[in-house]
Design a protein around this ligand. Structure first.
Ligand SMILES: NC(=O)C1=CN([C@@H]2O[C@H](COP(=O)(O)OP(=O)(O)OC[C@H]3O[C@@H](n4cnc5c(N)ncnc54)[C@H](OP(=O)(O)O)[C@@H]3O)[C@@H](O)[C@H]2O)C=CC1
Ligand SMILES: O=C(O)C1=N[C@H](C(=O)O)C[C@H](O)C1
Length: 235
């Protein structure tokens, strides 16, 4: 499979070496500043772990070259999601804010547990990441929030400075940054005299890379559409 990697940082570099070790061809590893030279070349799959400012031109490239897209960049806004959904009408698009198998399974656990607890327990989330991370809260935290509150019934409170007490339908999200933490997400259900917590701890970003390569290998043979980690879990 011919892969074009967007992003030359921590994730882009590891994706390149891992893709090569899986026997794939990497036609380039680029960002906006040096994309011109590569954009005449075709590939099968584009893997993007970079910055939301790249989403528009990456989608245009995929459409023109008929390439599938694996999108891992976080911090996307509505306009970026619209570009991805528009592309999915003609191309296969795989999207997740977290490519680890463990977080995909954690989401299933939250789906199961939350309806049993939400009436009597307060829900809070804490995420921890390395001190170079550009966005907060993490993409994964936003994705887990969707899982915890699919009907958008709760008020989402990011940080709690200056607040006293907690109203009924509120989920708090706290982001902590420091050192080299690859990524930790914990959902707490606080009850009267008891606490349940469900936690995922990434000890290396290799788990995200392995998931992204798996997603690329899966999507290369798919019809146009919008795919997620659920499609990998269900295959
Ligand atoms: N979905 C998932 O499972 C995971 C997602 N991620 C996400 O992947 C992304 C990249 O993470 P990581 O590799 O650690 O980050 P890095 O900071 O190491 O790399 C970011 C890359 O994006 C480029 N970039 C930064 N700002 C811009 C901009 N404004 N316009 C165009 N390009 C830009 C950088 O170029 P330059 O160096 O020249 O600035 C660099 O090539 C993040 O959004 C992160 O949250 C990370 C891990 C897992
Ligand atoms: O920037 C990171 O490092 C990570 N970003 C993703 C996110 O924002 O959730 C996934 C992972 O937690 C690491």
């Amino acid at each position: 499979m011919k892969i074009l990697v967007i992003g030359k940082g921590r994730m882009g570099s590891l994706i390149e070496t891992t893709a090569l070790s899986h026997g794939h061809e990497v036609i380039g590893k680029v960002d906006i500043f040096d994309s011109d030279q590569i954009l005449n070349t075709s590939c099968d799959v584009v893997i993007d772990f970079s910055h939301r400012d790249n989403v528009k031109w990456v989608c245009e490239y995929c459409k023109e070259k008929n390439a599938s897209l694996v999108m891992g960049t976080t911090g996307l806004e509505e306009e970026h999601m619209e570009s991805l959904h528009a592309l999915s009408k003609t191309n296969a698009v795989f999207f997740s804010y977290n490519y680890s198998y463990g977080v995909a399974v954690m989401r299933k656990a939250l789906e199961l547990v939350t309806p049993l607890l939400e009436k009597d327990f307060d829900i809070e989330m804490v995420e921890k990441h390395h001190n170079q991370k550009a966005d907060a809260p993490s993409g994964t935290a936003m994705m887990l929030l969707d899982t915890l509150d699919p009907e958008k019934e709760y008020k989402h409170v990011f940080g709690r400075q200056g607040m006293v007490g907690k109203r009924q339908k509120e989920i708090g999200i706290s982001a902590i940054r420091g050192g080299s933490v690859a990524g930790e997400h914990t959902v707490f259900y606080f009850g009267q005299d008891e606490t349940i917590s469900i936690s995922h701890n990434a000890t290396s970003r290799q788990i995200f890379v392995n998931g992204a390569i798996k997603a690329a290998e899966f999507i290369v043979n798919q019809e146009p559409g919008f795919y997620s980690m659920d499609d990998l879990l269900n295959q």
